[in-house]
Design a protein around this ligand. Structure first.
Ligand code: DGL
Length: 271
């Protein structure tokens, strides 16, 4: 049996491409539809109820494209809406918080874990709960980093301005002597070189992208939803949709995905 339906992936902007890249890597024969809500990015400073509403609209849109699974490749949307959308829709839906928390619990040796995330994700306490569900004795230190997403969406992923801001966000985590930092926003792997340099070699940076992609593979395989290619060359195709300027998304997205995004469709359905 082969299931050719695409996997739906969404984020507020280009950050979720870090998750898409892992899915393409691990499941190269799967078709994907990526939606970036670039008209409404960033989600982090918004109210949780508003972001939950966005997530409902986007999942509904992806379901209308007949996706076989939805990945909420956005921590803020996962924190705001995962349970609500799972309850409402019959398609399997996974988020990025639980996979990231699990990776951190596996990796920490001194059981002091930092979480770097947007304001919404930090205030939701979702990471603290997810880590404690696995190991209640781990100290979790959460730090909001509101400036990162707007910078990354402008294409700033290195340089002195980023360095200064990153240092101020990371100082409190350095003081707490964490040995693992969860990149609690799917945009942050794009600036991991800077974060790594400031935190130093003894601190592991945890991105949930790899773990999430693994989980996608497991669900598809257990449910018999994998797409069987005709031959080894029959790779999956990716469709990109965004809610603001498609041209801008294609340029920035190609840079981050390290692959040319040929066409991006505007999602008029959401306007
Ligand atoms: N990539 C989103 C996340 O993982 C960014 C949130 C935002 O738009 O502020 O939380």
């Amino acid at each position: 049996m082969s299931d050719p339906r695409p996997i739906g992936v969404f984020d507020s902007g280009v950050g979720g491409l870090t998750v898409l890249a892992e899915i393409q890597d691990r499941l190269p024969y799967e078709h994907t539809v990526y939606f970036g809500d670039t008209a409404r990015v960033p989600y982090g400073p918004r109210d949780i109820t508003e972001v939950r509403g966005f997530a409902f609209e986007i999942v509904e849109y992806l379901v209308s494209l007949d996706v076989k699974l939805v990945v909420i490749a956005c921590n803020a949307a996962t924190a705001a809406a995962l349970e609500a959308v799972q309850t409402r829709f019959s398609v399997p839906i996974i988020g990025v918080i639980e996979p990231g928390a699990r990776a951190a619990v596996l990796d920490t040796r001194n059981r002091r874990v930092g979480v770097l995330a947007t304001k919404l994700t930090v205030e939701s306490g979702a990471y603290r709960r997810a880590v404690h569900a696995l190991d209640a004795g781990i100290e979790v230190y959460e730090q909001a980093a509101p400036e990162f997403v707007p910078m990354i969406e402008r294409g700033i992923v290195e340089g002195p301005d980023l360095e200064t801001i990153a240092q101020s966000y990371l100082n409190p985590l350095i003081e707490k002597e964490v040995d693992a930092v969860i990149l609690g926003c799917t945009h942050y792997p794009l600036i991991s070189a800077t974060i790594n340099r400031i935190m130093g070699p003894g601190v592991r940076l945890i991105s949930s992208a790899g773990q999430t992609a693994l989980e996608v593979g497991k669900i598809l395989s257990r449910r018999g939803y994998l797409r069987r290619p005709r031959d080894a060359e029959d790779l999956g195709k990716s469709i990109f949709v965004c809610s603001a300027d498609p041209e801008e998304f294609a340029v920035l997205g190609s840079r981050f995905l390290e692959e040319k995004i040929e066409a991006v469709a505007p999602a008029t359905v959401l306007q």
